[in-house]
Ligand binder design. Structure first.
Ligand SMILES: N[C@@H](CCC(=O)N[C@@H](CS)C(=O)NCC(=O)O)C(=O)O
Length: 206
């Protein structure tokens, strides 16, 4: 979102493999021990839906403009679908062992794969006749949906079953902001690799 808005910002690497996100120092920023946490003018804001709506209030561009209360509530519902339904499934697909131990990881991942199928079908249907979630207007929904797609694809989830969602991901990859965000991610990967702290999803289950 920050790249799309062309804002100047710094990112910090949080070393999950060392439990840095649960450390007292990090919990001063986000007591919930999760990323993302946006620090702006000395104040911290957490939760993707709150960060997106706040940035949109400041800068626009992230959600279709509307004065209609119901339309706005529907946009929030869409973002909550990403953060409260898709996002927890993404983490169960990528790091199933974190939730139930390595012995039960495959069961956790299988259940998450099945649950994700239902929602990927829903998204694929919505994208069948349009380039972006809200027709011709790119929005934060497209960014959040792309993040989910990209993360589960990297963990062996069969995204190819969803042709319209795949075409959407290809359109997203062409966006300069997405290229810049992925370049930042690559930098973080290099740092973690050098420190021996890179987490890579296990594909041995498939
Ligand atoms: N509801 C949060 C979810 C954030 C979230 O789950 N982030 C994951 C990384 S993708 C995390 O920090 N997980 C660490 C943990 O749960 O211990 C949001 O929308 O910002």
């Amino acid at each position: 979102m920050l790249e799309e808005l062309e804002l100047e910002f710094e990112t910090r690497v949080v070393r999950f493999m060392k439990g840095e996100h649960k450390s007292p120092e990090f919990k001063l920023k986000n007591p919930k021990g999760k990323v993302p946490a946006l620090i702006y003018k000395g104040q911290t804001l957490t939760e993707n839906v709150a960060i997106i709506t706040y940035l949109n209030q400041l800068h626009g561009q992230l959600l279709p403009a509307t004065n209609n209360a119901l339309d706005f509530a529907k946009q929030i519902a869409d973002l909550c679908f990403c953060s409260a339904t898709l996002h927890p499934l993404v983490t169960r697909i990528r790091m199933p062992g974190f939730f139930a131990g390595d012995d039960n990881a495959k069961t956790v991942q299988d259940i998450a794969f099945n649950a994700m199928d239902e929602f990927f079908h829903l998204i694929d249907n919505q994208l069948a006749d349009r380039q972006w979630w809200y027709q011709d207007q790119w929005s934060a929904m497209d960014a959040y949906l792309f993040w989910c797609f990209w993360r589960v694809q990297g963990a062996g989830y069969p995204v190819e079953k969803f042709a319209h969602y795949c075409a959407h991901a290809q359109r997203m990859e062409q966006r300069p902001a997405v290229k810049r965000a992925i370049a930042r991610d690559d930098e973080a990967i290099k740092i973690l690799e050098n420190e021996g702290l890179l987490f890579t999803p296990k594909k041995i289950f498939r």
